[in-house]
Design a protein around this ligand. Structure first.
Ligand code: G6P
Length: 362
């Protein structure tokens, strides 16, 4: 309950929760380690992962965006095919299921009615479900076969921040431990890499003036804003756009860089802010090509890149982390930019209009 959780010196829960992210990641790593320091997942869950010929991730809102990144983790590390579905769509638009599906429900609250409706339906069909949630004993946790907890502590602000990065960390651990159990050896140590992520988060949370300045420069009067990226940067852009619309009411959309030319570029006018994420080496040149295309039409570009891939035109460079894990830190500038945009526009950051923390009606 919000009244039990102190904001301390923070003006808003959202800012406090953004700042808690490094500690949450460290807590997750610690909690999912065994006595020898190796990452570990309940053996029944591992068995269910290994029995599955395909994984169906079901979620809504920010948790859906975490699912999109989670698919990359599970497919790239554990090599199990994954589909990600919006819960409210899945019920009446169910895809043709594989022979041995495993369902993963991602839900901060564990109470989202749209997701629960799918859980009830797939349990009736006799399938197994794993819930990844922040709330032990929540409905989705109780009704699923297995649960993995986020250990993020209560999230009060309506706009989800620390739960998203916690979801990514738990999904990465699930993917990595499953990969090991399937005999796929990685050339990196996830415990160490998540430690590097937590340190990078500390650095970013220490750069607030920079994000306040970006928000002032790009977003204080704009009507709209676009987020572009390719691959996992695209998924983070979707989450950045959601954060911005939720709390600042700026019309914001995330797009895949290559898809711009098929329509969206028509919306670019003089001064339209375009936030471009460039954290992936394999698409660095092509996303920068997209930035040139929008700049040629008058866009005001804000490029956020990663150390090692940066150029002089970049507005902000995030510290380097392991490539697949970049969403855990590239989202932080977007969270903070949204926060300051909402502040500058005098919006109610923690309780935006028309939204609820958990939506328990379908
Ligand atoms: C609501 C919240 C969002 C959240 C979504 C899913 O719409 O406002 O912030 O992402 O529900 O919530 P869940 O608890 O299932 O992750």
């Amino acid at each position: 309950d919000a009244s039990d959780i102190e904001k301390g010196t923070y003006p808003h829960y959202m800012l406090k929760e953004i700042d808690e992210q490094p500690a949450v990641i460290r807590k997750i790593v610690q909690t999912y380690q065994d006595e020898q320091g190796s990452l570990t997942i309940d053996k029944d869950i591992l068995q269910a992962m290994n029995d599955a010929d395909r994984i169906y991730i079901i979620a809504a809102g920010t948790s859906y965006h975490a699912g999109l990144v989670g698919k990359q983790f599970i497919e790239k590390m554990a090599k199990i095919p994954v589909e990600v579905h919006i819960s409210s769509e899945f019920g009446y638009n169910m895809p043709l299921l594989s022979e041995k599906p495993l369902f993963i429900f991602i839900s901060q609250s564990g109470e989202t009615a749209d997701s629960r409706a799918v859980l009830v339906e797939i349990k009736e069909l006799g399938y197994k479900a794993l819930t990844i949630t922040n709330v032990p004993g929540s409905t989705l946790s109780r009704e699923a076969d297995y649960t993995l907890l986020l250990h993020a502590g209560p999230e009060i602000a309506v706009a989800s921040t620390k739960a998203y990065t916690a979801q990514l960390a738990v999904l990465a651990i699930l993917a990595e431990v499953t990969a090991k159990s399937r005999g796929f050896d990685s050339n990196y140590d996830l415990v160490q890499e998540l430690g590097i992520v937590a340190n990078a988060m500390d650095v970013l949370c220490g750069e607030k003036e920079e994000f306040e300045a970006i928000a002032r420069e790009f977003l204080s009067t704009t009507r709209n804003c676009f987020f572009i990226g390719r691959g996992i940067d695209f998924y983070v852009g979707l989450e950045g756009a959601l954060k911005l619309k939720e709390i600042s009411y700026i019309q914001a959309e995330g797009f895949a860089g290559g898809e711009l030319k098929h329509g969206t570029i028509a919306l670019i006018e003089n001064g339209t802010p375009v936030v471009a994420l460039a954290t992936q080496e394999s698409v660095n040149l092509s996303i920068r090509g997209n930035v040139k295309e929008v700049v040629a039409r008058g866009a005001n570009p804000c490029i956020i890149s990663m150390k090692g891939l940066e150029t002089e035109e970049d507005r902000f460079v995030i510290p380097e982390v392991y490539g697949l894990l970049t969403p855990l830190i590239s989202v932080i500038p977007l969270q903070l930019i949204s926060y300051y945009a909402a502040l500058h526009r005098e919006c109610d950051v923690d309780k935006p209009r028309n939204l609820a923390k958990s939506v328990t009606v379908e």
